[in-house]
Design a protein around this ligand. Structure first.
Ligand SMILES: Cc1ncc(COP(=O)(O)O)c(C=O)c1O
Length: 476
């Protein structure tokens, strides 16, 4: 292909995706609405795309930018002078490294455990899976916040980490960090605050007169915090910061190997060779927006959140699951409609809102990650939501055939064969039945989501893994 054809094809391909600008995609992407800043960030990514963060002596500019970005994070998060940090590739990597560091700091423990609220991000389950740390998930209270008494009671001699979210992704509320950190400290255990999604916007909330549970390093006992730049830092994708209260706490995070004939490998993150692009993009964007700019963006996003919460109050079939502590909103429906149909109706109207399945006896919901750029069209959003709910009510709640429910409930995902999965994927409408087994994703997902919703979490995981396996096949 010649270069122009490739450019054209890239644009065509990208047109299939959700828009990353415009404030109409309320999950996955975060839009400051500052197009000049976005362009600057992208130019910085491009300029540093080939630089290698593997060796800070070979690319000292990357070290400088990392220290600048970590310094800004430390200021935002009330970190003491002793604090140190690392820029990682994203929230999951920051969480993985926090868990791995906590495990390796206590190498004498053969069956390490971490105590997490049931609402902690799935990244902690991934860390449990990768690092052999048992994730002891404690059911949250009726207010969707961590149950301090139950989490405290769960801490034992094998516990290496206590986790809190600021806020939780699914419900947008902050756990009682002061109490959890105190319980962890009393037991001599690390306490990680997962502020991946809230950490770059919540620091501005008290300055805007909002009441926020303390969750930063100002809270005694908090030993590490993760905060993503590619969320409310409004930076290009691929950066998060993991901060530790002091360098001794970070030590186990480093990996060095001289056990081979090549260069001594020395890494602070999971990656070894890593593009300098995301870090340069984050450096440029954080400098361009600055603390005052982030405060203005925080004012906008909180104004949008308040307007959405107020507007939802007048939509009969909808309610806010928990008064949002941050910029995330979970919406529930009454029995006249279902969240999945509303998500489909919103998608048809050009808004992406994210379905969240029923979990632990609590019903399915709709997730909104509100961006600063959403404020400009918040009335339009509420109009679209009201109309989507009206159509979903007229449609009635999506019903899964009771026989299919019984069939799925009787299945053991661990015992299913690939052929069984193909059958189920086809029944779920996730797999075409044509001879070549081509994937046929329906445009409306409510039926598929409702079916996944009735499946137990292990079955949901197995079905979606089978689906992803079929999706990712080489194009030849
Ligand atoms: C609270 C929380 N932690 C961790 C993550 C994982 O972040 P990432 O998707 O950047 O890996 C997220 C993502 O939304 C999050 O909300």
């Amino acid at each position: 292909m010649n270069l122009d054809d490739i450019r054209t094809r890239l644009h065509e391909l990208q047109a299939q995706d959700l828009p990353v600008h415009g404030g109409r995609t309320l999950a996955y992407v975060y839009d400051s609405g500052l197009s000049e800043v976005d362009e600057l960030g992208r130019a910085a990514v491009a300029a540093y795309a080939g630089s290698n963060g593997l060796d800070p002596t070979a690319f000292p500019s990357l070290l400088q930018m990392e220290n600048d970005v970590v310094g800004m994070a430390a200021d935002l998060l009330d970190a003491p002078a002793s604090a140190v940090g690392t820029v990682t590739s994203g929230g999951t990597e920051s969480v993985l490294l926090a868990v791995q560091s906590a495990r390796d700091a206590r190498g004498e423990i053969t069956r390490p455990r971490m105590i997490i609220p049931s609402t902690a991000h799935a990244a902690f389950h991934k860390a449990a899976h990768y690092f052999g740390v048992e994730a002891v998930a404690i059911e949250v209270g009726d207010d969707y916040r961590a149950d301090v008494a139950a989490m405290t009671a769960a801490i034992d001699a094998d516990t290496v980490l206590v986790v809190a979210s600021a806020p939780s992704y699914a419900h947008g509320v902050i756990d009682p960090v002061p109490e959890l950190a105190a319980a962890a400290a009393a037991a001599g255990v690390r306490c990680h605050v997962d502020a991946c999604i809230g950490g770059w916007v919540l620091p501005f909330a008290p300055r805007l007169g909002r009441d926020v549970t303390p969750w930063t390093f100002a809270v005694d006992g908090v030993t590490s915090i993760s905060v993503d730049l590619h969320k409310y830092g409004y930076a290009p994708k691929g950066t998060s910061v993991l901060l530790h209260r002091d360098s001794a706490l970070r030590k186990p995070q480093f990996f060095a190997s001289a056990a081979w004939p090549g260069y001594t490998m020395l890494n602070a993150t999971m990656q070894s060779t890593k593009s300098g692009g995301p870090l340069a993009g984050a450096w440029a964007v954080t400098r361009a927006i600055g603390a005052d700019g982030y405060q203005r963006l925080a004012a906008d996003v909180f104004a949008a959140v308040d307007a959405i919460v107020d507007g939802v109050a007048s939509i009969g079939a909808l309610s806010v699951v928990a008064e949002p502590d941050s910029t995330l909103i979970a919406l529930a429906t009454d029995a006249t409609c279902d969240p999945f149909t509303i998500c489909d109706e919103m998608a048809e109207a050009g808004w992406f809102v994210q379905p969240q399945m029923a979990f632990a006896g609590r019903p399915a919901t709709i997730h909104l990650s509100v961006s600063a750029a959403t404020l400009a069209s918040v009335e339009e959003f509420l109009g679209a939501l009201r109309a989507a709910v009206d159509r979903a009510v007229a449609h009635g709640p999506v019903v899964v055939d009771p026989d299919v429910v019984a069939f799925i409930e009787a299945l053991d995902p661990a015992a299913l064969t690939d052929a069984d999965f193909d059958g189920l994927l086809a029944a779920a409408g996730l797999l075409g039945t044509s001879e070549d087994g081509a994937l046929a994703l329906p445009t409306r997902m409510a039926e598929v989501n409702a079916l996944l919703d009735v499946a137990a979490p292990a079955m949901r995981e197995a079905l979606l893994v089978a689906f992803l396996d079929r999706l990712s096949r080489p194009a030849r």
